[in-house]
Design a protein around this ligand. Structure first.
Ligand code: ATP
Length: 496
């Protein structure tokens, strides 16, 4: 049945298969696994770190190298504690939580209700699911915690662990991790408390003047950054979708006040185009406008992707007004102004001094990894009734693939390994290659399919005579004979 793969149970099974594949093939391991792991923290293995780096490089290049007016920085994770007072994170970076008194488990209220809605739509109660989500959105927008608790009680939403509806009241919890600075102070001395940044954006705002002045940047311009962020997420059980330590790729675009609507729309479109340029299918994306705006925003939307766990936020586009720069100006007593000597056609005079407005694009690198991985993952049945056969193939776009070219000598002697190694030596400075001589060729192909390697080359006895090899294409599994001296060009064209 064509639609089976879209049923929640099979989507869940697919998600589990992807998680297992990531582990088995060296993409992602649970952190400190020998000690049974650390909840919602993961390590990227030998191939995962390559894939992640390729995604990162593609984002960095498209933001900085391809835009004259965007530059990158790399700010420290630790920042002066006042940063987080000014940004509002100390007071506002909270999520409403509820505890189940029997299991002692704590849930983010929106996640608990969303989980209930997912279950309802999975069992055919689409309308109820929609109504519950709509009520939740309205209550969250009003910070109506009593109303949210009533919604949970009225729908008899149960704790997945204890199975009871014995709930506490809803309370707010701050998601920032803190630690102490220096060696002689105690952790509860407020003045010495530093936070692990919960977003990379503030590192950009506090460097706004440094970059603007030293880079002689003129508005509109952007500052991009890739780096780690930390959030003490309460419910963190969706693999790398929600982690406590994760990586963000953010860009803050500084603009003239009053132009924010136009730039917000522009960046929404530009960012979606970026996703499509990676051959990610358009129908798996949608925008979701925020009903409740964060304390700093005058417009905000998510770019959602259809993960195996459903449509979820992958990237946020936020119109942050002049909130952050203004706050930093107030707390630091340093002017965060820009002098704009372009002439305002309305007055015939320069626009003059102002605090710029900001449009932010913020994408989770790990979520992008999960999007790319779940899009690429395919289980194929290649068998016949007489001869069962199957493969798992990762159909990465070649520029993202961890390994671009695998080279196999057909057998381990007769000078074939030497030719294979020579091919690798000729190519390795241009892209990642992999040499493999163990097992039958078919098995070696399958292993490379499972890592998403777009090209495999087999060196055989004919190679010695005419300097040709067989190249095998991952997706079509087609094989063709090509000259050895054409290989590099073929791969470079594909990863272009
Ligand atoms: P969510 O509603 O899913 O918690 P958010 O709206 O808090 O996300 P933002 O603060 O807008 O997220 O952060 C920007 C991006 O950072 C998100 O779109 C997401 O891709 C990524 N991100 C946020 N929190 C996490 C996390 N705990 N683990 C992995 N990625 C995250």
């Amino acid at each position: 049945m064509a639609n089976d793969s879209n049923k929640p149970a099979s989507r869940q099974a697919r998600f589990q298969a992807i998680i297992s594949h990531c582990k088995e093939y060296g993409f992602i391991f649970p952190s400190s696994e020998i000690y049974d792991g650390l909840q919602a923290v993961y390590d990227y293995g030998q191939w995962g770190s390559e894939l992640k780096k390729n995604i990162k490089d593609y984002w960095w290049k498209s933001m900085t190298q391809l835009h004259d007016n965007i530059v990158g920085i790399d700010a420290a994770i630790f920042m002066h504690p006042t940063t987080w007072k000014a940004s509002g994170h100390v007071d506002n970076f909270n999520d409403p939580m509820i505890d189940n008194k029997d299991s002692k488990k704590r849930y983010r209220v929106d996640h608990l209700i969303e989980g209930f809605a997912d279950e309802q739509s999975a069992t055919g109660n689409e309308q109820l699911a929609k109504d519950v989500l709509a009520s939740m959105d309205a209550l969250i927008a009003k910070d109506d915690f009593a109303g949210l608790k009533k919604l949970i009680e009225d729908n008899k939403i149960k704790c997945p662990i204890s199975g009871t509806s014995n709930w506490t009241d809803i309370r707010q919890f701050n998601l920032m991790f803190s630690t102490e600075f220096g060696s002689t102070v105690s952790a509860d001395d407020e003045n010495n408390k530093v936070y692990l940044r919960p977003e990379t954006a503030q590192g950009i705002f506090v460097n706004f003047l440094n970059v603007q002045k030293t880079g002689r940047m003129r508005i509109p311009f952007g500052i991009a950054q890739i780096g780690k962020a930390f959030r003490n997420e309460i419910v963190a059980r969706q693999f790398i979708f929600r982690m406590r330590e994760f990586e963000q790729m953010e860009m803050q675009f500084f603009i003239r006040p009053g132009t924010q609507k136009e730039w917000y729309e522009k960046w929404k479109v530009t960012r979606l185009e970026w996703h499509k340029s990676l051959d990610m299918p358009a129908e798996k994306y949608r925008y979701h406008d925020h009903v409740k705006l964060a304390h700093y925003a005058d417009a905000a939307c998510d770019i959602e992707f259809e993960f195996p766990i459903g449509f979820k936020e992958l990237e946020g586009i936020h119109s942050r007004t002049d909130f952050d720069l203004k706050q930093h100006q107030e707390y630091s007593k340093k002017k965060m102004q820009y002098f704009d000597n372009d002439v305002d056609p309305a007055t015939g005079k320069p626009y003059g001094n102002y605090i710029p407005y900001v449009i932010e694009t913020s994408i989770g690198l790990d979520r992008m990894f999960l999007a790319v991985m779940s899009q690429a993952y395919e289980e194929q049945d290649l068998g016949t009734p007489e001869k069962p056969d199957s493969r798992v193939v990762l159909k990465f776009q070649p520029k993202l693939a961890p390994i671009k070219l695998a080279v196999f000598p057909l057998i381990k002697r007769d000078g074939l390994p030497e030719i294979a190694k020579q091919i690798i030596d000729d190519c390795r400075s241009s892209f990642r290659c992999f040499y493999e001589e163990k097992d039958a060729i078919g098995k070696r192909y399958r292993r490379m399919d499972a890592l998403g390697t777009p090209f495999c080359v087999t060196v055989d006895h004919q190679s010695k005579e005419d300097n040709t090899v067989t190249i095998r294409h991952r997706d079509s599994m087609e094989q063709e004979r090509v000259a050895i001296n054409k290989l590099k060009e073929i791969v470079l064209n594909a990863i272009g």
